[in-house]
Design a protein around this ligand. Structure first.
Ligand SMILES: [Zn+2]
Length: 75
């Protein structure tokens, strides 16, 4: 299995992506200032998810915990 740090980073990615989807969906039913705010929140969540993804990739590269893991091998 990948390490705890990797799992935490993945969770953060997932949360940010979920928030992005939610705010986008919310913006569809809004107009005016409410719409602007929802779009702004979606944009922030998208940026957060990008930062998390980069951190995740960097961790995989530095720590090499994915290739070392046994989870892909048949037991
Ligand atoms: Zn790791």
């Amino acid at each position: 299995m990948p390490c705890e740090v990797w799992r935490t980073l993945l969770e953060e990615c997932y949360e940010a992506e979920t928030a992005y989807t939610l705010y986008l969906a919310k913006s569809c039913g809004l107009v005016g200032a409410g719409f602007d705010q929802a779009i702004q929140r979606a944009e922030e969540a998208r940026r957060t998810s990008q930062v998390c993804e980069k951190a995740l990739l960097r961790h995989e590269h530095m720590h090499d915990c994915i290739s070392k893991s046994e989870w892909a091998k048949p037991s």
